[in-house]
Write a protein that binds this ligand. Sequence first.
Ligand code: PGA
Length: 250
Amino acid sequence: MRKKFIAGNWKMYTTAATAKALAEGVAKGVADNAVTVAVCPPFPWLALVADVLRGSAVAVGGQNCHYANEGAYTGDVSPQMLLDAGCKYVLVGHSERRHGINEPDLFLNRKVKAATSAGLNVIFCVGELLAEREAKQTEDVLDYQLSAGLAGLSKDAVAKLTIAYEPVWAIGTGKVAKPEEAQEAHAFIRKCFAAQFGEAAANALLIQYGGSVKPDNARELLKLPDVDGALVGGAALKAESFLGIVHAAV
Ligand code: PGA
C-alpha cells in the first residue's frame, strides 16, 4: 500500500506574514501522519516556515536547487543550503522552469543526482504541453523526460524520488485532466520507471498528479489506482483548500 503524498507549491506567492500564517494553518489541520504532507514556500521564507512546522506532521521543501554544493552561481541555492534551512524535499523540473526558463533535461538530471546524494527527497516533475497531447505525443514526452532526467541514478537516489505528473495545459488553468487521462499517464509513468529501475522500485514509487487540483476534484483523482498524491499550486495558498485536498487523500 503506497501512502498518499500531498505537496503544496507556493510558487512566488506569499509575504513573510502570510507564509507564516499559512504554515500555521496547515500544521493545525494535519493532526497525524496518515498522509505525507509537505509545503514548498519561496526561498526567503524557508527557515521561517521550517521553524513554524518544527515538530508538526508537515515537512518543508524547496522549489528548486542548483546541482553544485557551492560556487559562483549568483541567485542559485544548493541542496545543502536547503537542508540547512530545514528542507526535506525539493522540486526539480517544474514546468515553470523547464518551459518558463528553458532548463534542459541534462541540467535537471544533474540536479536530481546532486539533491538526492545530499540527502533531499526529490519531487521530479514531468508533463506534456497541450500541443504535444493533441499530437498524441504524451507518452513519447513522458518517456523522454523520465529517461533523460533520471539517467544513471543510484538505487539510493531512486528510493528518494517522487514523480509529479503535471500536464502543462492543466497547470494554473482550471482545466484538470480527466480521470482516465490521469490514470493512463500515471500507469505509463510507472511502466517506464519499471523498465528503468525494476518492478519493485516502480511499485513503491509515489506518483503525484498536479494541475488545477482543488478540494472538489481531489477525491476523484486520488482514488485512481496509480495516483498516489497531488502537487498543488493555487489551492495550496489557502490553508482551508489545501487541507480539503489533504483530507480527500485520507
Ligand atoms: P496549480 O499548479 O495547482 O495552480 O495548477 C500546480 C503546480 O504548478 O504544481
